[in-house]
Write a protein that binds this ligand. Sequence first.
Ligand code: GDP
Ligand code: PGA
Ligand code: MN
Ligand code: MN
Length: 604
Amino acid sequence: MTTAAPERTATSPTPTNHRALLAWVREMSELTRPDRVVWCDGSEAEAGELTRALVAGGTLEPLRRPGDFLARTDPGDVARVEERTFICSPDPDDAGPTNNWMAPDQMRATMTRLYDGCMRGRTMYVVPFCMGPLDAAEPKFGVELTDSAYVVVSMRTMTRMGAAALAAMGENAPFVRALHSVGAPLEPGRADVPWPCNETKYISHFPATREIWSYGSGYGGNSLLGKKCYSLRIASVMGRDEGWLAEHMLILKLTSPQGATHYIAAAFPSACGKTNLAMLEPTLPGWRVETLGDDIAWLRFGDDGRLYAVNPEYGLFGVAPGTDWTTNPNAMRTLERGNTIYTNVARTAEDGVWWEGMGAAPAGLTDWHGQPWDGSAPAAHPNSRFCVPIRQCPILAPEYDDPRGVPISAILFGGRRRTTVPLVTEARDWAHGVFLGATLSSETTAAATGKVGVVRRDPMAMLPFIGYHAGDYFAHWLNVGKHADAAVLPRIFYVNWFRRGEDGRFLWPGFGENSRVLKWVVQRLEGTGEAVETPIGLTPPAAAIDRSGLDLDVADVAEALRVDVAEWRAELPDLSDWFARFGEKLPTVLWAELDALKVRLGGS
Ligand code: GDP
Ligand code: PGA
Ligand code: MN
Ligand code: MN
């Protein structure tokens, strides 16, 4: 860790000769005027120093397990802020109807006023990082400038961060410029608060220049700029331009009792089961799951024409509530190894952690506000999180670090729907699969601010993350299918673990039992699984889902799988409205898919 006064930044020795980087750091420090600029090396010693300072300042509290800390955010800074997220493409038409847009010059002017002096009294940390393996053919670098030490220690977990990334950048590698400030300058003599932030928030992206400007929030999805901002919003634009896909997908390796291996990627909206599926412990004997990623996948064609997936991240930023030994034992084992930053969970009297879904609440809990818990509201915030190195996951697949990635056999799209959407449906072909993804719907969750439980279209689970016009994004997906031989393209499926019966209970037990659905997926890939044609796609007859050892009536499975024509007809007007939003940019193939669906549903 090297330190330099801001006015000396340009001339004092720094750990790099990258001139564009040095110039940008100087320019941004002149704008934001921090008391000092610190170049982060990502070392253990540096992380130790930062966490000690965060504990001294009241941002982090040490917990019982080594390396574990608890952060409590400002109660107004607990989730991604989609209404404050902007795609500042030069042409508004490139942002499309699903994004907020502002002209780049206007956004720069607005935010430059906010950034002016915003780091006074604070430290600007220079955080070099790489998304994906450092030994990739073209490593994807970024540098985040932030005035939050919480962000630095979290980025160290979530990305390949520090001296190695900076060294690999050499003197002129391109990098994504990511500027972040909590927007809370510290006046001389004023004490800091545990969670500085600002009511005014902007999460802005400049896709044309591959830049990110974030202001006012310390919450992960808004502040760890390597994650959603870079690896999804900016990377989706890179993928459009370069012929690949940046997706909101987990990656898992599934091995059958016969030893056959398949890699599966799955896209579900935030807080809809990615981390759980990525670490699934199959209840079916002989099946094995290994984890490669739980949130983001970059998909590129390999020389053999297959789609290969890489997880650009290095850590897990998981939803805490609902995580338990019965639902996700591998997450619990990952957390048992310590080194975890918890945000907005409850704290036990023994300096451990607790959240809803972890069995009975122990006495003496401190809630996420830092108050003795009285049971009147959740003890942990519904979007409370754990941030932990992926290397602690006991079922991590060794290939997770392979820069070539892994060849994907199947893509699952999924959402959270109480009604209508069956447990599993297989697309007829790639175009139909893209249609299923483009029309994906899900109930909103606590992962973003706003009302929870509202059904909305969330195409490919990417609604908040597509960095350009969603109509162009659908066309890009269709093009990916044209590029490849249909025989080696991943097969596409649509799943819903969240359908409920009339009495309100989940029709499907979920979690480890989802291995039974994965088994059918593999049987389909291998040509042995039974399927029936329905108006919406291919579904298994209830008897084709392996129920061995499961106390669940075949009638319940049939109910979870049922295609209700009336419910689907009721979706049609909304589907037409949804597609109409994209105007001429909606690929005609998708209109044709919708027309064909209408015909098959035999109505309207
Ligand atoms: P992610 O944000 O997409 O990674 O979602 P998570 O895997 O963290 O899960 C979000 C929430 O959904 C947690 O509270 C989980 O316990 C719950 N969940 C995950 N998988 C299932 C499932 O198969 N069935 C049910 N009922 N809930 C699930
Ligand atoms: P999630 O990741 O998808 O695991 O919830 C964070 C987010 O999408 O905000
Ligand atoms: Mn996510
Ligand atoms: Mn997750």
